[in-house]
Structures are given as C-alpha cells and as structure tokens.
Design a protein. Sequence first.
Lengths: 533, 230
Amino acid sequence: MSEKPRFLLLLLLGLGWLASTAPGLSGVKGREEKPVEGGTLRIKPFSGALNVNLDPARESETFLMEQMFDGLVRLDKDLNVTPALAEYWTISPDGRTYTFFLRRGVKFHNGRELASEDIKFSLERLLDPKLASPYADLFLERVAGAAEFRSGSASEVSGFRSPDRRTFEIRWNRPYVSGLYLLSMPYCKALPRDLVRSQGSDFFWKPVGTGPFRFAHWLRSPRLEVVGLRLERNPGYFASRPHLSAIEYSPFYTLEHFRDKEADIIPFVSEGLSGTDCSIRDEGSLEVVLLGMSCHLAPLDKPAVRRALAMAVDRGRIARVSTTSESLPQLLQSFVPPRLPGFFPADEDWRTDIAEARILMEREGFSGRKPFPPLALFVRADRREAAYRLYRELRDQLRDLGIRLSLRTYRRDGELQAVRNPYLVLIEKRLEFPDADGLLRPLFHSRSAQNLTRYASPRFDKILDEADVERSWSGRLEMLRKAERLLAADLPGLPLFSPAKRMAIQPHVRGVEVPALGFSYLNTLKIWVRKRG
Amino acid sequence: MLFRPTLAQRFLLSVLLLIVVLVGAILMVIEKREADSSFEEAMARGELIAQNIANLNLEPLFFYDLEAIKKNVEETVDGRLLYVVFYDRFNAPLLSSEAVRDQEGIVCCSRLPASTSPESAFFARLRLELGGKAVRVLEVERPIFARGSSTRWGSVKVGLSLEDMHDAIRRTRLVLLLIGLAGVLAGAAGAALLARKLARPLGELVKGTDRISRGDFSHRLAVRSHDEIG
C-alpha cells in the first residue's frame, strides 16, 4: 500500500473513532430535557364551561376530580388498570369478591391518614337516595346489599366492607369483570368521611382529597364572581411529586390570553392558531356517533336493505361536515372504539358505492317504479343545530339513491317507540367507563330502553347476557368481540365517527401525554413548564 | 529385568507427557469457558423468558383471570421451557403449569426476598425428576410490578431445561478431545522424529568412540550438521 492511501485510511479510521466517542454524536437519541420544578399551568376547561360542583358523586369536572382526589385504582394513558390508593388487590375465584389492600401512609390534604372506612363511605354515598347520584345505577344491581341500602331497609351496603383500616372489600352480586374499570372512574374517589359528615355540602366548596393537587382557592372576577379555581401542589403526594406548583383552571381564558402566553392549554378554537408555535393535540375519546336504522319497521327490517343504505352513505364526507375547529371526527371502522382494551381496529367493508347500493336496492324490489319510502332522521332536540350540517349532507347523499330524508327531533328516547314509519336516528354515545358492554348493551340489547333502532337479535342478547356473568376477563372480551361481529353482519346502524377534541398547547408546556380517555384525564404529574409561573 | 528406556524413548515420553498435560489443560479451560458462557446465556435467556411471560400476563393477572394465564402458559411451555409458576404478593403460588402441578417442591415456594427491585432475578440449578426422567434445570424467578408502581405485585418462576446446553457441551468436549488426540499424536510423531534425530548421531558417536578406544583410528565420524551434536 502506498503512503497516501494508508494515510487516508488511518485518517478515516481516526474520524470514525472520534465520531463514535463524541458526546451527542453517537446514536440518534437526542438529549432528554430535565423537567423544571415549579410553574403554574393555566388551562381553559376542555368542555368550554366551568362546572363549580366539586362533588365526585355528582356530575363534576373529571379533570378537577382527577387532580384533587384518588380512587382505589386508576387507568394509565393506554387504559391499563394500575394501582392508586390500593397498592394490591385480590379477586376471589368466583369473581364476586374484590379485596383491596390500601397503601400505607396516604394522607388527605389536611394531614389525616386515609382509612378503608373513607372508601366505604365514599362509595356508599353514590348509592345514598338523598344524594341522588347519577352514578348510583352503575352499582345498584351489581353490589351486594346496594338495593337494600337504597330502599332504606339497610343502614349500610353489606357489599362494601372494611375489615380493618387498610383493607377494603367489595362483594358483587355476580362476577363482575369490569369492576376495576368502574372503580377507576372519577365518581369513585375517596373522600374524608369525617369532614364530609361534619361540613355537609359546604365541604365541596373547599374540598379535601388525597390527589396530587389540593384546592387552594376560587379565582374571582373584580365583581367577585367565580371564574375558575386554583389548585396547588400536594407536597406529600404518595406517588411521584408533581413538577408543577399550581394549576389554574378557568373558562375565561381566551384566544388573546393564549396568544399572550397567559394561558397554556386551551381548546383549539381558531384555525389562526395553526400558524403559531403551539402544538395541536387531538384526543381519543370514547364517544361514538352512529347512524341507527329502525330495524323493526319495513323495509329497514331487512339487513340487506340496511346494508344497501349504508353503502350509499359517504362517511368521510359526513365526518368532514361535522368537523369544527374544536373537534376533529375520527372515522370509525368498528362499533366499539378500538382504543378499548381487547379491541382492535376492524376492517369492515363500509365503503361507499352508490352503483352497488342501487343494484342491492333493486334486488330488494326498490326501483324507479317502486321508490324507497321517505325516511326521517331523528336527532335529539338539543343537538338539532349541531347536527344540521350532517343532516343536509346525508339528505344529499341519500337523494342519489332516490330516498327522501326529512329532519325530526325528539326529546325522550321513548318517543321513538310511537313512530310507525321507517327512520334513521343519530346516536351519540359516550361510554361511562372503558367497557364495550356499556355501549353494546344499552344501544342494541332488545330489552334496553335506549335501544333506539329496536334491533332484536336473540343471539346477540344471549352473548351479552353470558358475557355479563363471565368470570374470565379474556373470555368476556372474546364474547363481546363476537357480539360486535354480529352487529357488523346485521348492521342495525352504521358507525360514523368518534368526535375527538383538539387542544392547543403552548410550546413551553412539556410532558403532555394524551390519554385514551380524553384530555380530562391528562396526567399532570408528568407535565412541567419551561418558564417560571 | 528392569526396563531401561533409551535416551530417545525418555525424550519421547517426556515430550508426550508435556503435550498431554498442555492439551488437557487447554481443553479444560476451553470447556469451562464454553460451559460458563452457555450457562450465562441460559441465565439471560431465562430472565428474558420470565419477563416476557410476566408482561404477557400482566393484564389477566390484575383481573385474576387465571384461565387466560393458564392458557398462555400452556401454549408457552415446551421441551425447553419446562414449567412456569406464578406467585402472589405474599409468595403463595397462584398458578402453575400442568407439568409441575403435583411437584410440591417446585410449586410451593417463591425464592424471592420480600423486598426486591424490578431488575432483580433469582437463579437456581436443580436436578429434577420430570416425566420419569432426570432433568437438569435452571430455575429463574423474576418479580412482577404493576405499571407505575414500586410495590411488588407477585413473581413468576420459570424452569428451563439445561439438557440441550449439556448436550452441546458434550459435543464440544468430544470435538475438543478429538482435536486433542490429533494434537497428541502429531506431537508424538514430531517428538519421535526429533528424538531419533538427536539420538542417532549420539549413538554413532558412542560407537565411533568405542572403536577408536579399541585402536581403530581409521574410523571416521560423519559430520552432518554444524550444531552442538553435528
């Protein structure tokens, strides 16, 4: 080898060695930022308005409940059940008894240690007839002794037991696989029994919980009206200590506040934000919008007719007209949102093919000589305005198939029972907690009062009824997946989209992970701000 | 009559002995290295298998869906992974694979101490009777932690057959022995040649000296090389 190539080879080797040892050059992974402690996060409520009720047993702001209180278990961003106040639990072989072992040393914001009696008290409150909690029904038939307590024939719920200070037990009437999901919800939070008893409803004006942030004070306008609230870090939080020192939550933060960096997270209210340095994040909600069809009224009683009708619907265009700056609909490929544990994105054949739809309709006897009867699209009276663009789009699409569509409203689900002509109905359903049964049963079980399509399939009912008492978690999921496949074949409705809220987040806000349940479940423990608040 | 080995024979024996000792030592070192690295590999594999089984069954574990865990475990167990045992937080057995269900000695006890870190693992080498056969087993136990929790939820123990590893070591030993034998034979042949080469001129010198001492000054010794002997 001559001198020159040898020199070049050595030079190359030397450079290679330098490159592999130089900090920051080896590997593609960038340097991780170290979270900054302190700072205030200012959030405009995801729902737009402020709900001043801070009682978890009543309809309250999920985000605030998650900050101030804890439940026995919680869901992580991927909907996995993880320990919270309970560090461990067991489930009896018959699936009817859950025993929770509470974490040691968990303290309420006032310094008093949490005891299992607080859990019993908090869950019993949900069933208290005087409180009339909207969540009572979720427990009433399931928890042993709940009905007796509700009716006043028992002074306590026998299915909620606290054998000692650190053990809490739930006895269900039948195996309840989804019990852990239910207990992770914001209405199942632990309250201090002594304070709620002594202060009554006043307690919820300055509530005390065990959560990562404690209530500091209400934010008031110069005219002393409540315009939001301030939460401050709970330094003694049992899990990791929050990076943020405070959270301010107010619906009065505006686009101008956001532009002036005085608000950190707001709903994406204007396309004008697209050009700024903020990041836009879409949530994945557990809400679904379906186009139900009256399965009990001819000609929609035939699955083939329903399939032909579904084929004439361009779901993509419907989703587009339903898009607002705050909500970006995500097309649904299945009845059950694929985010739910155990469910996967299906690949149903819900393509739009108007020519094929016409052929199918002709095969069912509908042509120019025998037109399809006119249909009504029912929407809830309070959703008329929001659904009007969707109606217009659907009306135009069905016109191609020779179907006339009118818009009608209803106030109560029962009103649809009196309708004698075939109809379509816009069904908007938000899951109470991540359990497919919470969607399939109310919407499609023949005995459900919310079954607006009047779909009645003994096979479908049987699968759901068997799944209801199934002890195995995976076995139950398999049954629910089977029920979903049955729906996809019978098509009592056409899944349209899942509305996903959009939020604008300042670039200095770090550690934001969008949870599968939506922004209301934002994990603030991981969030930090680069600037000092 | 006593065997009085010649110089060449003594030289040959010494060299042969030296070669045998050296080759033996080298073979022993190689075999030990091979056995150690195979065992380390088995330990790493066991740790990974235990962790994978734990991860796969984490969700069913929180729901106490023992049926699903059992199904997963039975699908995983094969000729190499002999058994799997799950323990609860209090080290009591929660579930074990069919093959060891009745083996109280295996199922009864978790080997993990009360406080363990998520990275810790416990290893043990056992000789067990499984399916009427004596099997050498590497037992690996790993703790299971709930996501985002620092408290141990339970643990999973797996038993890996070491028979394959021992078979591989046996095969390596055989190959090494053959190589060693070939080395010894080649060394012996070389040593014999060398001994002959050394002893022959010396023998001729002795014979020549003998003749000269007997007055035969006409005898000439051939000089074949220019070294110490030549």
